[in-house]
Design a protein around this ligand. Structure first.
Ligand SMILES: Nc1nc2c(ncn2[C@@H]2O[C@H](COP(=O)(O)OP(=O)(O)OP(=O)(O)O)[C@@H](O)[C@H]2O)c(=O)[nH]1
Ligand SMILES: [Mg+2]
Length: 402
């Protein structure tokens, strides 16, 4: 747990006035006596990091901090250190004790909201007296979670943990499964991998390898064929595969060869779910139906590779889009780590499969598109859409979603 890279650990800052019970609350959350507690205000003087496994989220770091109402010259320095922790945190819990939310705490809450920092208010010492209705109302008006808790009795602590998990930015929630949730032990998955000009010499590409590995991790049976061998492969099987996963570029042919009763999806659809947000990318693909003559479509790739003759992003996508929509679209190609500045002018962004990006980065791009009002989809989902097969390749997840 201690080995999780810093970047993937969610940082949760615990702040509030002295003696509110910040250190006690960290102990109550973690179920350990790791933070020093005393009835003397000003016990915690420096920010202290406490690693913890907050399930189902994963590794997090709680920061215990000095009271925000500390006094004197040293107090001012401590407050400064606490604020620094707050500014770098992913989430914040404002703990208040007997005094409830004072003017200083109210100001801080407004400031944190301004900074877009998700914050929950823990009204601690609920065993001594009920929280003040005015405090709850203050939080409700601002859409902030307000939880009566007691570090002493444990009241409300589980609810606080659940709230923190729900508040975490989506990229910190546990990785969704790749394919394992769609198959059971002993199930056969038929993978269709075309070996064409774009295929690298002597190896499979990373998404194919990852899917095969996930099948093995799930105690499934993986079988790999080229698109020409599907019929022969199916004919030789004693029972139909539990799932067929194909490269999107040949999805039309594969859909013809695989009976409707056999679940079919594409590597890109699996990765849209695993690396991004399948619902959002599918909604983005649906906007292809609304494209008009002259609309600008951004084709974005995470890494720059030398384009080959039938390059998927530069050649095949524009051709398939033109055939499907019958419109004169203007495609612009972009490779690199950031989206272009003037993203607003695009009617749609079509992103590559993001095999070189991690989930956090891909979700950041999806978020950026959403904030700037540009629908986004990815290569594979878009290809299934323009081949008329989007519903079919999404179906396995509808059936297996719990
Ligand atoms: N009754 C009751 N007492 C509590 C509760 N939580 C903390 N206390 C007591 O409040 C006092 C202060 O607790 P701490 O956890 O040290 O408070 P803190 O916010 O970390 O204080 P500083 O580090 O001094 O800023 C201690 O005497 C705790 O035992 C609670 O839920 N109920
Ligand atoms: Mg303390």
């Amino acid at each position: 747990m201690q080995d999780a890279p810093r970047g993937v650990r969610l940082v949760i800052a615990i702040a509030g006035p002295r003696n509110a019970g910040k250190s006690s609350l960290i102990n109550a959350i973690t179920g350990q006596d790791i933070a020093i507690v005393s009835e003397t205000p000003g016990t915690t003087t420096d920010p202290v990091a406490k690693p913890y496994e907050l399930l189902p989220l994963g590794p997090v770091t709680f920061y215990d901090t000095a009271g925000l109402d500390d006094e004197g010259e040293l107090g001012a320095l401590r407050i400064k250190a606490t604020r620094k922790v707050l500014l770098r945190a992913d989430l914040c819990v404002l703990v208040c004790g007997e005094g409830g939310l004072g003017a200083a705490e109210q100001r801080l809450l407004d400031e944190l909201k301004e900074l877009d920092l998700p914050v929950a208010v823990a009204a601690n010492k609920a065993d001594l007296r009920p929280p003040r209705p005015g405090d709850e109302e203050f939080c409700r008006e601002r859409g902030l979670p307000f939880l009566p808790v007691s570090a002493r009795t444990g009241q409300g602590v589980d609810e606080l943990k659940r709230t923190l998990v729900a508040m975490a930015p989506p990229e910190y929630r546990q990785e969704p499964p790749l394919v394992g949730d769609c198959i059971g032990e002993g199930d056969l998955v038929l993978c269709v991998v075309p070996i064409d000009l774009a295929a690298p010499k002597g190896r499979l590409i990373l998404p194919q390898v990852q899917v095969l590995r996930d099948i093995l991790d799930s105690d499934g049976l993986g079988m790999v064929v080229k698109e020409r061998e599907i019929e022969a492969a199916l004919a030789g099987l004693a029972r139909p595969p539990a799932l067929v996963v194909t490269d999107s570029q040949v999805v039309l042919k594969v859909a013809g060869d695989v009976p409707e009763s056999v679940p079919l999806t594409t590597f890109s659809t699996l990765f849209a779910r695993y690396k991004g947000d399948l619902a959002e990318l599918a909604a983005g693909a649906a906007t292809i139906d609304r494209l008009q003559d002259g609309d600008r479509v951004l084709v974005a790739e995470a890494c720059s590779h030398h384009p080959v003759a039938d390059d998927i992003g530069r050649v095949k996508i524009p051709r398939w889009f033109a055939q499907y929509t019958g419109k004169e679209l203007r495609f612009e190609f972009y490779a690199g780590h950031d989206f272009p500045e003037n993203l607003e002018g695009f009617s749609l962004a079509v992103h590559c499969g993001a095999c070189m990006l991690n989930r956090t980065e891909m979700l950041r791009r999806i978020k950026e598109c959403r904030r700037r009002g540009v629908p986004i989809t990815n290569y594979g989902v878009a290809i299934s859409k323009v081949q008329g097969l989007l519903d079919r390749v999404l179906r396995p997840f509808g059936l297996n979603r719990t």
